[in-house]
Design a protein around this ligand. Structure first.
Ligand code: UDP
Length: 370
């Protein structure tokens, strides 16, 4: 008999939620984590009492009541609402695209006036059936917004032309004819009070976890210790890149501690022109205004630089263009043949996942626990 029922490779949200459910079902669970800490990309680092989102801003939002109730078992959430500001060549605009943005751009004061400007620009573009991000964006919000708030930002983030990217990426962003700067349409939104580590620690409470262990370095051994494997790493790496490499975008963060109480007045400022090489600047303390560290005369900011993933850097975003999507499908066919390996999460499913969707999927997959 093998010592474990489930070996969970990766302690990010998918792995941790699955491990929690397996442990609850009285299964013998071991979690392997190749980094020195648990939590995957939601891990927070404490700098002067500020919970720094080490791997980029993570704002929890969902309309799924079951998921919202589930995360509340482990941590309280504050009422943070994401209202990013865009800086284009020194001028500020509200995001997502809403009446405030339309007023700042065109001076229009009513939804009818704003809709008329967009309709005119859409008509002038001649786009009928948008087939890529550029066409989708122009037909949704017109040429001005595309050029000022979308084009350069998207090119910096993805390193590809907007006409080569899938339309669904931009469909994440709401367009509203109300004066509402809330970036998300979901019913629930917030940041865990005390940071995300509380959530992961709660999920993995009483579960055996080994950090600094890379499954792929000793695969035969780890295969021999458990009846089932839940793999949350890169699916192409799992198959030793036998069909070729999937592409990812990585993000490099330049984090600075500044001797100042409030640097930019907002958690997220996007830089939407090529003037700046980074995509956005995060000021972490604004995620938790209730934290006493908010008052202090120090603040932590991170500039985000997006680049093509290469071996040795962290894979962040899957590049869901045609080429990569079809390669992923081939790996998926291999994965479907497995009888004791499950694949879940952003890297294993090669999917641009939000946190709530990852949790929902892990909860659903955990129903298969034998
Ligand atoms: N986007 C943009 N301008 C912005 C913010 C976002 O054009 O100021 C586009 C861009 O293509 C980006 C996509 O919208 O990849 C999704 O942005 P989101 O902020 O949801 O991305 P994430 O937070 O996952 O990096």
């Amino acid at each position: 008999m093998k010592p474990y029922d489930y070996l969970v490779v990766g302690s990010g949200l998918y792995g941790s939620v699955f491990a929690y459910k397996a442990h609850k079902a009285q299964k013998r669970v071991l979690v392997l984590e190749k980094r020195e800490h648990i939590g995957g990309n939601i891990y927070c680092t404490d700098i002067d009492g500020i919970h720094v989102h080490t791997y980029g801003a993570h704002i929890f939002h969902t309309s799924n009541k079951e998921v919202w109730d589930f995360v509340h078992k482990f941590v309280e959430f504050n009422r943070y609402t994401n209202c990013p500001v865009a800086n284009y060549k020194g001028k500020l605009f509200n995001l997502p695209f809403n009446m405030n943005t339309f007023y700042q751009l065109w001076g229009v004061k009513t939804p009818t006036e704003a809709m008329a400007v967009i309709a005119k620009q859409r008509e002038e573009s001649g786009i009928k059936n948008p087939s890529n991000l550029e066409e989708q964006a122009i037909s949704l919000v017109g040429k001005d917004i595309y050029e000022i708030l979308i084009k350069d930002y998207t090119e910096k983030q993805w390193g590809r032309k907007c006409s080569e990217l899938p339309a669904f990426i931009i469909q994440r962003l709401p367009v509203r004819f109300t004066f509402d700067n809330n970036y998300f349409n979901d019913s629930y939104q917030g940041i865990p009070i005390g940071g995300y580590n509380k959530l992961i620690k709660g999920l993995l409470d009483n579960i055996e976890v080994k950090t600094n262990v890379d499954f792929s370095e000793n695969r035969d051994y780890w295969n021999s210790v458990a009846d089932n494997i839940v793999f949350t790493g890169k699916i192409d790496e799992f198959y030793s890149y036998c069909l070729g490499k999937l592409e990812y975008r990585t993000v490099r963060f330049e984090t600075e501690v500044l001797e100042c109480q409030n640097y930019q007045g907002n958690a997220v400022v996007n830089y939407t022109s090529h003037t700046e090489p980074y995509t956005r600047v995060i000021e972490h303390k604004h995620f938790e205004p209730e934290n006493p560290a908010w008052e202090s005369n120090k603040t932590v900011i991170s500039k985000e630089y997006s680049a093509e993933w290469h071996e040795g850097s962290e894979p962040f975003y899957p590049v869901n263009d045609k080429k990569n999507t079809s390669l992923y499908q081939k790996y998926k066919e291999m994965a479907n043949q497995e009888t004791n390996v499950m694949f879940g999460g952003r890297l294993a499913e090669y999917r641009y996942y939000d946190m709530d969707d990852v949790i929902e999927k892990a909860l659903k997959d955990s129903e298969k626990i034998k």
